[in-house]
Write a protein that binds this ligand. Structure first.
Ligand code: DGP
Length: 133
């Protein structure tokens, strides 16, 4: 399988590693678009959240929490955005499950929350379509 993140896990491709444990690794995103932009991935190859087992998802969340606390407690950041894309319609470009950590500072002028253009349906209609309970 030709997966760039699997190559980072094996060391075949270099990265700026931030954290590693038995189940996950975290490294700086090559985009270098925001200071500290970090990617957290499972060591197991999983396409995205839709096929991820709960145990692995828990391990990833533990790593995200650990790194987020480190960035805030030790590295001078005050906030964290966590972003994740699943499937190409949602703009996933690397098909190995990953979460982006964007460390934030007060008044850093980063807009990590896009201005959506507005919904096409009333809440009642969309609720009828989506609800599970
Ligand atoms: P997404 O669009 O959510 O699938 O994010 C994929 C991210 O992976 C994107 O922000 C760039 C990053 N990326 C792609 N290839 C590499 C690489 O070889 N090294 C590192 N460090 N990051 C990569």
């Amino acid at each position: 399988m030709d997966c760039i993140f699997c190559k980072i896990i094996t060391g075949e491709k270099p990265c700026f590693m931030i954290y590693e444990d038995a189940f996950t690794i975290a490294f700086l995103d090559i985009a270098n678009d925001v200071d500290g932009h970090t990617v957290v991935i499972p060591k197991k190859h999983i396409r995205n959240i839709l096929d991820c087992d709960n145990e692995t998802l828990g391990n990833i969340m533990n790593t995200i929490k650990h790194i987020s606390n480190h960035y805030i407690n030790d590295c001078g950041y005050q906030g964290i955005n966590i972003l994740n894309a699943n499937e190409s319609s949602a703009q996933q470009s690397v098909f190995h499950l990953h979460f982006h950590i964007i460390p934030r500072k007060d008044n850093d002028n980063i807009n990590a929350w896009p201005d959506f253009t507005g919904s096409q349906h009333r809440l009642e209609e969309i609720h009828k379509l989506l609800k599970l309970c």
